[in-house]
Design a protein around this ligand. Sequence first.
Ligand SMILES: [Zn+2]
Length: 365
Amino acid sequence: MLFENLIGQSVAKKILRQAWTEDRLAQSYLFYGPDGVGKELAAMELILALNCQSQSDQPCRQCNSCHKTAAYIHPDFHYLFPRPHPSSDSDKRKLAEEISEMLKEKEAQPHLAFNFGSRPTAISIDDIRELQERLGFLPYEGKRKAVLITGVEAMTTEAANAFLKILEEPSPTTNFILTTDRPNALLPTILSRCQKVRFEPLPQEAVIKSLVKDHGQNPRVAGLLAELSGNSLGRALQMTDQDLLAERDLAVKLLLSAVNGQQWEMVEAIDQIARDRGRPARILEMLSAVVSDLVHLKVAGKILNADRQAELSDLGKRIDQQKLSEMVRAIEKARIALERNVNPRLCLLSACNTTQGEQDAITSD
Ligand SMILES: [Zn+2]
């Protein structure tokens, strides 16, 4: 059966399995839902199944076609995702090499997200033109052509309009699967051309169980990973590669310097964090988890960062309830601002500056 290894998502699985077994897959799907809950894994499985050479009801992962698709090199499989768009030819070549390396890693660890550092990324009109050209031919090797576009909300307006034309007159041998965690950011005309399949947030027990059982995490770290990732298995797995505990310790240090009024240390740490594109969001998540522990300590509740209990208890005693509520709000506000592309440095400063009463630094955006 399809999706046997995909955790949770019973409704999405049921819809897609039924369409698959009854041979009435929609030509264009939009898988939407939070980050890291299985949208892309489900899409890849369906795409493998489309051209698998075995006669089984799920992809065999052994045949030539399955191998090529899983390695992102099948000529009938087109994979688009937000990426940088360098202008010089030598930068383009470097980027192509970089992407090819990332895809090799992704073949072994499909949850990996592309990491382009601080470079801005998008799906551009050139990407769509290239896709259009490649879709002009009949399938080379497979029965069908498959197009996977992840992070589809990152299409530029020009790209989205060009893509809409492709969706409006699709070749009957092509299937499209788009994924997004922000369906509201898509053109309504694109939304209306796709069958929408919702992917739900995962239950925390399921994420912890999978981290321990399928990915060999120690149960204590698995709990922390699940919590910090907002129960997103994909994000939790990415965090395991990023030395989670060191990042958490940095968040504690940041908080300490903020509370102690050590502005210089605080700003220096923030500058360093803000240089790396993925980090500000992660540190804000950690700050939020640490402050939430401080709140729990006030009512003698169980805390997540139990290994830092003594230090956090001490810190908690120095912050009163009202200040703590302000910090919770400031961090939440900073996370929302960051999602809206407010300057990461400003977001972090604003989250940490609560103790100095400067939490309104980002309200003007
Ligand atoms: Zn196969």
